[in-house]
Structure formats: C-alpha cells, structure tokens
Design a protein around this ligand. Sequence first.
Ligand code: B12
Length: 304
Amino acid sequence: MGGLELSEKGLSISTVERETGLLKDTLRVWEKRYGFPTPGRDENGERVYGRDQVDKLLLIKRLIDRGARPSKVVGLSMEELLERTGSRADEAANPPELTEALKLVKTHNVVGLRNRLDSSLLHQGLERFLQDTVAPLNLMVGEAWMRGEFEVFEEHLYTESVQALLRSTVASVSRPSGSPRVLLTTLPGEQHILGMLMAECMLWIHGAACIALGPQTPAGEIARAADAQRADVVGLSFSPAYPAHTAVDTLVALRAMLPPGIAMWAGGSNPALFRRRIDGVLPVRELAAIPDAVASWRANRSGT
Ligand code: B12
C-alpha cells in the first residue's frame, strides 16, 4: 500500500516504526527477548526488515492494542496470528455481496465494482451504505492486503471507485448553510482519505456543512483556512498507519494555534487518539459517533 522505502535488502527500522506504530526500542527489545523480529543488516550494519516480518508485526500490534501481552504473541506463527486476530474467521462470516465486491477488485473489474457499489448505495441509503458496506469493505481490503492477496494498484482501484462514488453523492446532498461548519483534512504524511470522505458524507447527512481541504495540510495552513472559512470545527482523520507521537504532538500544536471557539475533532482508528485525553480535542472512534458529536456541539452553542 503506498510508496514504501523498500531497498533491495528490506525496510529500515524507522520505516518499520512508522508503518507499525511499534517504537524502535520495542523492536530491539523483542529481538533480544523473544527472537523476533529477525532483521538482516545493510552495508552500514543497520537493521533491515523483510516485508513478511512487517506484516507479522502489524498483526502482533493489533493483538497488543486489544490487550494481549507481548510475551504471549510475539513468538506466534503467521497462521496463529491470523487466527487470533480473527482475519480467517471474519472472512467466512462476510456477507456474500461484500465478498463479491472484493472479487471484482481482484479481477480488476472496475465497471462491475462501480455497479455493485451503486446498487448497494441505492438499496441501503447513504448512512447504511457507509456503515454496512464501505466500512467493512475497507477492513476486508486491508486484511486481504496483509495476507498478500492484493497488489498496491488493486487497492488504488478500490479506493478510487469508492472515492468517486462518495464524491458524486456528496455533491448532490451538500447544503452550504448547515451547522456546524466543519473543515476536514488530514495532516502531512496521512495518505488515507476514505475516513475523511466517509466522515464528510455522515456530517452532511446530519445537517452539518463541510469544507473539504483534501488530504495532507500542514498545521499552520489548517489554522489559516479555519479562520478564512469561519469554521466551527476542525476535523482531522488518522488511520492506524499514522505515527502516534506525530499525531498527538501535531494535535496539541494545532489546538494552541486555533482560537478556543473552534472545536477540534480527531477521527479514525488510530489508537493514539484514544489512549490518553488531549485537551480540547474530541476523539471520534467511528462514524456512528458523528451524530452525537454534532448534537453536543449544537447544544453547547445554544447554551443548553
Ligand atoms: C485504501 C488503503 C490504503 C491506500 C489509501 C488510498 C487513499 N487515497 O486513501 C494506500 C494504498 C495509499 C495505503 C497506503 C498505506 N497503508 Co493503507 N489501507 C487502506 C485501507 C484498505 C482502507 C483505508 C482507509 O482509509 N481506512 C481508514 C478509515 C476508512 O477507517 P477508520 O480509520 O477506521 O475511520 C473510521 C472512523 O473512525 C471515521 N473517521 C475517520 N476519519 C474521521 C475524521 C473525522 C473528523 C470523523 C468525525 C470521523 C472519522 O470514519 C471511518 C469509518 O469507518 C486500510 C484498511 C483499514 N482497515 O482501514 C489500510 C491500512 C489503514 N493501511 C495500512 C498500512 C500499513 C499502509 C501503509 C503504511 C502501507 C505501506 N507499506 O506503504 C501505507 C501508508 C501510507 C501513508 N503514508 O499514509 C494498515 C495500517 C495498519 C497499522 N496498524 O499501521 C491498514 C489498517 C491495512 C492493514 N490491515 O494492515 N493504504
């Protein structure tokens, strides 16, 4: 997924830290304590990791985020990790129309995929489509990529198809006069945009107005845009791939740049958003929490 810094020998420890969210120190300690990961060395004696090791580390991280102890999971095989993370079991439980959509991506049938998605949208309506089709499909595409079943370009085919459909739908429901006015973007380095786009759809459905800046806006620019656009809320999206410390540091810095009257919402499944409270920043774990966030903002604004 995305342009990784893959030299012929493998990935540097910094890249692995960024991709997995596991600190360099943790990677070194595990190597010594549990005999995994097992990096090679480059010509300068620096550690280099293979893609297969990074895939395993992502699964280990996921189990640890759910409360597992490193001593119980770091030594497991890929098979065992897939079982424990539920990737295998989930696959069998997927609704057939989602499995079919995934097959259409795999066979590069973009027209078929668009038709499949259009039809689900018409049947389900936008809100259910986001929650019951797009959200689980994102997970399935991510899992398939982790099992090595999807190429980068296939993921791009998927993202582009969903993105095109959501954008055209948003264009038909936008009401510029809604409130709150939410400025939406991601921070530099965050290429995942579906979360932001899904949040935008959900906000429109619930009567808010969105100003979409697209992805990767530097904090200073976000503050200037919020002022120029008279935004009530700055909404940012963080995928689990985004480095935890950068997310927290930048949220704190941006909070200090924005006037107190502008709220900040940080959405997405990045665990850093939920580990510890960040003053003046509302974490939004899932789409279903958006209506409450909007209602609380309105209640505060009207002083009730
Ligand atoms: C498509 C995709 C890509 C595409 C993105 C294309 C694009 N233009 O968006 C590409 C190919 C570029 C890509 C790249 C990478 N990806 Co990727 N990607 C995905 C995938 C399949 C879906 C992406 C997505 O947008 N998800 C994020 C959103 C939709 O979900 P969410 O965070 O749970 O957010 C929900 C709510 O919280 C809410 N929400 C989100 N934002 C906001 C904001 C506000 C304001 C509000 C109110 C609510 C809200 O809405 C969402 C609805 O469900 C996911 C799989 C997955 N499980 O998500 C992997 C995934 C996120 N990627 C992953 C990885 C590792 C990467 C790469 C590091 C891979 C690499 N080796 O290069 C790069 C990183 C690129 C970068 N620097 O950002 C991992 C992250 C794992 C981890 N723990 O670190 C995942 C989880 C896949 C996996 N299972 O391993 N990826």
